[in-house]
Design a binder for this molecule. Structure first.
Ligand SMILES: Nc1ncnc2[nH]cnc12
Ligand SMILES: [Zn+2]
Length: 353
C-alpha cells in the first residue's frame, strides 16, 4: 500500500485539466533566471522582487484577483523567446504528467505579450512545440486556448483576433478555443459579444471566466451573450438557484479552481468552495489548478485539498472525473479511451480505499 493511498488513488485517476494559464506556471525561480537572461528589470520599488523567496512570501498574501494579476503580469514580462515559452509549458506538462493528467486544455494570454512587443508567432511557436512534445513524450492530449484580456478595450481584443497571424493559428488548428480572463468586476461578458460571434463563426470552442469574483449575472451573460459552452470558475452560480438548475440540465461544465479561490480570497477556506452544493445540484464540473506557481499547488494538490475538505467517496470522485472527460474538447475516441481507463483504475482500487 502506498504511504498516502488517497493521494495515490487520485493521482491514478485519468484527470482532465481545463483551467490552467501557462503563464501562471512561471515559478519565482524561473522568473528570476529568465529576467537575468533576457535583461528584464524587475520592479525595484517593491521588496517582493528582492529574491524568489520574498516573492513566494508575497504570493501568500494576495488580497484579491487584481492584487494577484499585478504580480502575474510583471512575472510574465520575463518571457521573451520562443524557447522561454516552450520551456515554461514543458515544465507545466511534466508536472501535469506526474500528477496523472491525461488531457490538458491550456490557456495563454496573447495580449499580455504583444502589448510589450513580443510577436504572437513567438508565443504560439513555443507553446505549440511544448503541446506537441507533451502528446508525443507524455501521452497527454492537449488543446490551446487563447484568452482575451477583459480589462482592455473590446476593440483592442477584436483587433488582435483579426490579426493575420492570429487567424492563421485558428485556421491551422494550433489554437482551437478562445477564453476571456483578467480583472473581472466592471468588465462584464456582454462587452465582448462581437468577438465571440466572430470566434463562433470560425468554429472555435468558446469559454469565459465568469462568476469568480463577480456575481452570477456574469455567468448568465457569458452563456446568453457570448454563447460559451463552458464557464471558468463559476462558483458564484450557487447564488442563483434557477441558473444552477439550467446549467445542470444543459450539462454546462464549470472549471472550478479550489486553491485559487482560497488564495485570491473568493472564499475563506476550501470547505467554502461549493463542491458539495454543485454535486447535490447535479452540476458538471472539473477541478483545476488555474495558476499553479502562484497558488501553491498543481492539479493533484487541488484534488487532495477537495478530498480532505469534503471527504468524497469513490462514486463522487468517479462522477467528477467522468464529468471532466465528457466536458473535454477532445475527440470522441479519446473520451472513450479515458472513460475505459477510469473504469480500469476504479476496478484496481476497489476495496482498497
Ligand atoms: N484566476 C484568474 N482569473 C482571471 N484571470 C486570470 N488570469 C490568470 N489567472 C486568472
Ligand atoms: Zn483562470
Amino acid at each position: 500500500m502506498p504511504a498516502h493511498p488517497i493521494r495515490e488513488f487520485l493521482r491514478c485517476l485519468p484527470k482532465c485539466e481545463h483551467h490552467i494559464h501557462l503563464e501562471g506556471a512561471l515559478t519565482p525561480d524561473v522568473l528570476f533566471s529568465l529576467a537575468a537572461k533576457n535583461q528584464i528589470t524587475l520592479p525595484q520599488n517593491d521588496e517582493a522582487f528582492e529574491s524568489p523567496t520574498s516573492l513566494i512570501e508575497r504570493y501568500k498574501r494576495f488580497t484579491s484577483l487584481d492584487d494577484f494579476l499585478h504580480y502575474y503580469y510583471i512575472g510574465m514580462s520575463a518571457l521573451v523567446t520562443a524557447s522561454d515559452f516552450e520551456d515554461l509549458a514543458w515544465d507545466y506538462f511534466q508536472h501535469a504528467s506526474a500528477d496523472g493528467v491525461a488531457h490538458a486544455e491550456v490557456f495563454f494570454d496573447p495580449q499580455a505579450h504583444t502589448t510589450r512587443g513580443i510577436k504572437y508567432t513567438t508565443v504560439v511557436e513555443g507553446f505549440g512545440k511544448a503541446c506537441k512534445r507533451a502528446e508525443k513524450e507524455l501521452g497527454i492530449t492537449t488543446l490551446l486556448t487563447s484568452c482575451f484580456l477583459r480589462h482592455l478595450p473590446p476593440k483592442d481584443c477584436l483587433e488582435i483576433f483579426e490579426d493575420e497571424e492570429v487567424q492563421k493559428s485558428y485556421k491551422s488548428g494550433v489554437v482551437r478555443a478562445i477564453g476571456l480572463d483578467s480583472s473581472e468586476k466592471d468588465f462584464p461578458p456582454e462587452n465582448f459579444t462581437e468577438l465571440y460571434r466572430k470566434a463562433k463563426d470560425l468554429g472555435l470552442k468558446l469559454t469565459a471566466h465568469a462568476g469568480e469574483e463577480a456575481p452570477a449575472s456574469y455567468i448568465s451573460s457569458a452563456l446568453h451573450n457570448l454563447g460559451v459552452t463552458r464557464i471558468d470558475h463559476g462558483i458564484q452560480l450557487i447564488n442563483d438557484p434557477q441558473l444552477m438548475k439550467k446549467i445542470a440540465l444543459d450539462k454546462t461544465m464549470l472549471t472550478v479552481c479550489p486553491l485559487s479561490n482560497v488564495v485570491l480570497r473568493c472564499v475563506d477556506t476550501i470547505k467554502d468552495v461549493p463542491i458539495r452544493k454543485l454535486l447535490d445540484a447535479g452540476v458538471q464540473f472539473s477541478i483545476n489548478s488555474d495558476d499553479p506557481a502562484y497558488f501553491g499547488g498543481y492539479i493533484l494538490d487541488n484534488y487532495v485539498a477537495v478530498h480532505e475538505a469534503f471527504d468524497l467517496n469513490v462514486k463522487e470522485w468517479e462522477s467528477i472525473v467522468k464529468a471532466g472527460i465528457e466536458g473535454s474538447w477532445c475527440s470522441a475516441e479519446r473520451k472513450d479511451e479515458l472513460l475505459q481507463r477510469l473504469h480500469r483504475v476504479l476496478a484496481e482500487w476497489k476495496g482498497k480505499i
